[in-house]
Ligand binder design. Structure first.
Ligand code: DGY
Length: 339
């Protein structure tokens, strides 16, 4: 029997491509930039499995022409680049890679939080500009992270690991999420609060909610107005969780003290974006999960999910397993038809 055809939208770290190469008829987009929509559509129309990244848009138009498609395996925890409802309607399974990156993203969340609080990026610019003339008692004063109040918005895998680290920093931990989570609440001695109260009380607010229609622009002018003027907003989740213009205005007017952003809207952020003109903003190019080991693990999990689905198994990380029965029938049909 012919091997299933698989399209992978970028070179991946670690052994994932070798694994896919052994078991599939592998087609690979070799360039550094993502495949243009036209190319993705063309490839999707003839493959059984797609391994995508968060930069690849899988929408109804793509799915409409993807007659052989069995599975879309996204190498990310977030699946906001995929129209899951449209995939379900067309009996295409969608999988993601949660868990394997939580610790790494939590580390980076702390890196950003500490960088903003202790003005690390500003200090670096100050030294490089030759402005360091002497030790000064008031040079680049920041604020302490230890002992401060941390507000975690969204308590999934990453939020939980951030909480665990915050215990070590002796922080008071508040959280807000769709549902209350009594076990981690006890474990990390966290207090559940409505979002507005969390925003009012926190010294650092860190965003880990999934991006959905309900959470888009969760933090806007009103919410920023509730925060302390000494507070720092950290976002390693998704850029559109925040109204970026409102954030710029709040930072410029000193209504909050700082922001540390690994994600923006759009990505990449334009070089002329006003946020980049502010000293109280620390930016990174969506690299919170970018340790060598973690990216290799994400790639391998995405490959394993894809192969499992092609073999007829529903991986634990599927987001639309409710379509199982219809999907199984469609899978058999689609794998039997030549692509
Ligand atoms: C994810 O997995 O959604 C992350 O944003 C990738 O770093």
């Amino acid at each position: 029997m012919a091997k299933p055809v698989v399209f992978v939208t970028r070179r991946l770290p670690g052994g994932a491509l070798d694994l896919l190469d052994q078991h599939t008829d592998l087609r690979l987009w070799e360039e550094e930039a993502p495949p243009p929509d036209r190319e993705l559509l063309r490839q999707a129309a003839r493959c059984h499995g797609l391994l995508t990244l968060l930069t690849d848009r899988v929408d109804d138009k793509l799915l409409e022409g993807a007659d052989h498609l069995v599975v879309v395996s996204n190498m990310a925890t977030g699946i906001d680049n995929i129209d899951v409802a449209a995939a379900s309607e067309r009996h295409v399974l969608v999988t993601r890679t949660p868990g394997v990156l939580s610790e790494t993203v939590a580390d980076f969340t702390f890196a950003l939080m500490l960088a903003a609080a202790r003005r690390v990026a500003e200090g670096d610019r100050y030294v490089r500009a030759g402005r360091w003339k002497t030790w000064g008692p008031s040079t680049l004063l920041g604020c302490d992270v230890f002992g401060a109040t941390l507000g975690i918005v969204g308590l999934g895998g990453v939020g939980m690991e951030v909480a665990r680290r915050a215990r070590g920093f002796g922080m008071r931990i508040l959280y807000h999420s769709r549902t209350r989570k009594p076990a981690p609440e006890r474990r990390y001695r966290m207090t559940f609060l409505p979002l507005d109260d969390l925003l009012r009380q926190s010294d650092f607010v860190t965003l880990h909610a999934a991006l959905t229609p309900q959470t888009r622009q969760l933090i806007g002018k009103r919410e920023l107005g509730l925060m302390k003027d000494t507070a720092v907003l950290v976002n390693t989740g998704r850029g559109p969780l925040v109204d970026q213009m409102a954030l710029y205005q709040a930072l410029k007017a000193g209504r909050i003290a700082g922001a540390a952003l690994d994600v923006t809207d759009p990505e990449p952020i334009g070089p002329d974006d006003p946020l980049l003109s502010l000293d109280n903003v620390v930016m990174a190019p969506h690299i919170a999960s970018a340790s060598m080991a973690t990216r290799a693990r994400m790639a391998m999990l995405a490959a394993e999910n894809l192969l499992a689905a092609l073999a007829g198994r529903i991986p634990r990380d599927s987001v639309n397993r409710d379509i199982a029965r219809a999907w199984r029938a469609a899978r058999r049909r689609r794998l039997a038809s030549p692509s």
